[in-house]
Design a protein around this ligand. Structure first.
Ligand code: FAD
Length: 466
């Protein structure tokens, strides 16, 4: 049956007065706003901002009754087009679901609404000596609901797992308008299948996440940070293993940047790399301890021990917090290349960490076989095998060229035990990869669940291919 189509103006009018906690923005309100990481995020032209679960449920029930599609949105930092909306659809924003409901310091858990931003939560729980188990470069904008929906990973995934491993409880409005509530606060629940998992990594296709219970971690602010030259990922992994095995420190970050990325980014930012061998990759490593002095001594001693066995190619230990921030800025400002290479095609894959070197050299050869001038920026969360890859060429590529590049990037990843999408999701941009590389059985089961939960297909249509 064709979907009901209303104009944004009609929708704004029809929805006003639906619930006292429901706020609406029409086309003129959205016109001046930044749409986030995709220019078409606000193309729908009407945004509903519920300030309570009840208001979200009333809106969704109305949309279900009138066959109107909804596009859930959080902080708009998603990188795969999962927030793109079209005329006739209602953007369902978590912007007003922004309360931290309860912190339980002795349980090390927190209850939050879905629109709370990661950094706001980190700052609030720091007052209790706690922090979140997941940290992302987009912490200033990304919301907990968006992180749940993409199953975000980030800097600490090698130690704490991904969002899926941090969520204890969850509430969501289902596509019927009914509320699924499982605000469990404990780790141990062995009472049948864990149905909240369908929303984690569900990319807004199964409902709208409204509240979440998260685990928390102890905050360890006494840090020491180093920037090291390494020849390859194997060398980086031996450094990582060393620091993970030391009882006196906790490893807080291990981020690797391959030579072309580190050279171009440093040049742009005026970061002095004269100490680093020309052909070396860089490993940013951060440890915490009881005091900054102890963390620094552990780093210094570790680097001395590792110098020869790990074949280190230079290194600098940060002399201050500002100095450490400069190191992190090189890694986290990974969009530095976009002004020079707009719409450069980018990818987010994972392979078992010990296969990284073989993958990177194989990829280089496969890209050069398509075009000898092809090269990619390679960087990422080396300790868990997650690489971000950006082709050094402006996009969008013609369809056949993109297909060849995708095949060069994704081939063999599943067989090697990795994934074509490590932490960013599928959205609109990785649909083809999902259809090609996710197993047919997985795709069929996902479609069956989607059909059962959302028979009219009103939640986030056209994204993960349902
Ligand atoms: C500079 C930068 C660094 C990044 N670093 C990382 C990183 O290290 N690791 C990582 O995993 N990601 C990273 N990302 C990607 C991005 O930040 C994450 O995907 C994040 O989880 C998205 O959160 P968000 O609130 O912005 O969600 P949005 O972008 O608003 O939405 C993402 C998806 O979730 C759905 N969604 C949003 N809110 C809800 C809700 N309440 N209910 C149901 N569905 C919802 C949307 O429909 C969409 O499909 C980075 C992005 C940038 C720009």
């Amino acid at each position: 049956m064709p979907r009901q189509t209303f104009t944004p103006e009609q929708l704004t009018q029809l929805l006003s007065g639906l619930h006292p906690d429901l706020f609406l923005l029409g086309p003129s309100d959205l016109a001046g706003r930044h749409p986030g990481e995709h220019p078409d995020n606000f193309a729908g032209g009407v945004m509903a901002q519920p300030a309570s679960t009840q208001a979200a449920a009333a809106l969704v029930a109305w949309c279900a009754a009138h066959d109107v599609a909804l596009v859930p949105q959080g902080g708009l930092t998603g990188l795969v087009g999962g927030n793109v909306s079209h005329a006739g659809e209602v953007i369902l924003s978590s912007a007003r679901l922004n309360r931290i409901l309860a912190v339980h310091p002795d349980e090390m858990t927190v209850e939050v609404e879905a629109g709370v931003q990661l950094e706001t939560l980190q700052q609030a729980v720091a007052a209790h000596g706690l922090t979140t188990g997941i940290d992302l470069g987009s912490r200033g904008s990304a919301t907990i609901g968006g992180m749940v929906s993409t199953n975000a990973g980030g800097i600490l995934a090698f130690r704490n797992g991904v969002m899926r491993h941090q969520v204890l409880g969850l509430e969501a409005v289902l596509p019927s308008g009914a509320v699924f509530s499982d605000m469990t606060r404990v780790v141990k629940v062995s009472a049948g299948p864990d149905l909240k998992q369908v929303f984690i990594g569900g990319e807004g296709a199964f409902g709208f996440v409204t509240r979440v219970v998260l685990k928390l971690e102890l905050q360890r602010p006494a840090r020491a940070t180093a920037f090291l030259g390494v020849s390859d990922a194997a060398s980086a992994l031996s450094v990582i293993r060393h620091f993970r095995s030391l009882p006196s420190v906790t490893l807080e970050g291990a981020e690797m940047m391959w030579p072309r990325y580190i050279r171009d980014c440093s040049a742009l930012k005026g970061f002095d790399l004269s100490w680093l061998d020309e052909d070396a990759a860089a490993l940013l490593i951060e440890v915490s301890a009881e005091t900054v002095e102890r963390a620094t001594v552990a780093l210094e001693e570790g680097l001395e021990t590792l110098w020869e066995p790990a074949a280190l190619k230079g290194g600098v230990i940060a002399q201050s917090l500002d100095h450490a921030k400069k190191f992190w800025d090189i890694r986290e400002d990974s969009g530095f290349y976009y002004p020079a290479i707009p719409h450069a095609p980018s990818f987010d894959i994972s392979v078992p960490p010990t296969r990284l070197d073989a993958y990177v050299s194989g990829l280089d050869a496969r890209l050069k076989a398509i075009d000898p001038g092809y090269e990619a920026y390679v960087y990422g969360h080396v300790a868990d095998g997650n690489l971000h890859l950006t082709l050094i060429k402006p996009g969008p590529l013609p369809a056949d060229e993109l297909l060849a590049v995708e095949n060069a990037i994704y081939v063999g990843i599943g067989e090697a035990g990795g994934s074509f999408s490590a932490e960013h999701g599928v959205g609109t941009e990785k649909r083809h990869a999902y259809e090609t590389f996710a197993s047919p059985q997985k795709q069929a089961l996902a479609r069956t669940i989607k059909q059962a939960v959302d028979p009219k297909g009103i939640f986030n249509p056209g994204k993960v291919p349902f």
